[in-house]
Design a protein around this ligand. Sequence first.
Ligand SMILES: *Cc1c(COP(=O)(O)O)cnc(C)c1O
Length: 435
Amino acid sequence: MTAHYLERAGPDWLVAGARHVWRPYCQMKTARPPLPVVATRGSRLILDDGRELVDGLASWWTACHGYNHPHIAGAIRDQLERMPHVMFGGLAHEPAYRLARRLANLLPGDLNHAFFAESGSVSVEIAMKMALQFHINQGREGRTRFLSFRGGYHGDTLATMTVCDPEEGMHSLFSGVMPSQVIADLPVDAASEAALDAVLAQRGGEIAAILTEPLVQGAGGMLFHSPQVLRTLRRLADKHGVLLIFDEIFTGFGRTGTLFAMQAAGVEPDIVTLSKALTGGTLPLSVAVASTRVFEAFWSDDAGAALMHGPTYMGNALACAAANASLDLFEAGAWRADVARVSAALAAGLEPVRTAPGVVDVRVLGAIGVVEFDAPVAVGALCDAFAAEGAWIRPMGRTVYLTPAFTTPDADLAILTAAIREVVSAGGVEGNGGV
Ligand SMILES: *Cc1c(COP(=O)(O)O)cnc(C)c1O
């Protein structure tokens, strides 16, 4: 193997390990080397060479309370002393049972039945499996497909790829490999609503569930829609007898300004998936929470009606302890004022780039700030340019966006937005997406 393109500079572990690590979303031959991080603190990443970068992404939207929060760290440490993990088949433990009850209390309506897993994609797979079997268990045949939306993103595993935006770069290579789903436009106006109603009238009998990210389609381009869209989806799902799944893996836990995005619309799905910020960015954990109606379709004297699923690390006790500690912080309530503060700082700090060359939109919702360009941006070069300004910002597709920790201090928010203003006004942001 010729490894001349791999890392030659940086700490020994990076140079020695580089040829053995397969990086995510990355053409490794041409990509810039990854930044070596040796510690985290509050809203900052500390690099091997001593530099500190303000994290504009909260590590893929997970670290909502900032890094190394003492309350979460303490809860993990305590749980580690007692019991890091036991299998969930036939055994039970307090952190998971308490977490399930707390999630049921926090979620609106009767979203009361939590099935734990370790990653967002797997929780979406579980929600899809629940929806398929919901119909099978009630003797309805042929409901084998899902209806999802352009601009959507629900994960990278084989089944979740099929419900992502089909043209979106990450998965287009695999079209034809997996069963095709029904992909529609979100019902944002009368015409698209009528079109969706017509598709459901024609193909509703094949569809197990409608699947969407409420309020914000995240990885598909940070696209916002109004709460009215969710009310329309609820109405159409009920009209055509299909289930409604909200994927709140990105939007859940305060990111859009309400604890869950669905609360802005006053609409409840039949199943919701949660992950990213669930443990405050410390340990992998996800959950598919079903309504009582869904749960009861599995409640039977027939063993064959059970949900046959059970990840090895299901309900991991360390992760559940972290999630309980994160929920303590949410219950304390300071996040509401923090999200409003971050929101105002992003809106004010990003507004000046609206008139910069190539910029087609600047939008902010909750603690999400987005600058959208008319073409894909040069991701790698931009990461370097932002890092030179003291910020860790990794653009995506046609967008440069910020999703910082809610606790990011004003001075660090200023570093993030100044970096974007500086780099965007210098021009040359366009590229081929790239890595
Ligand atoms: C990140 C994400 C997923 C996938 O979660 P993983 O933990 O990466 O598998 C699914 N849906 C949405 C909305 C996401 O943002």
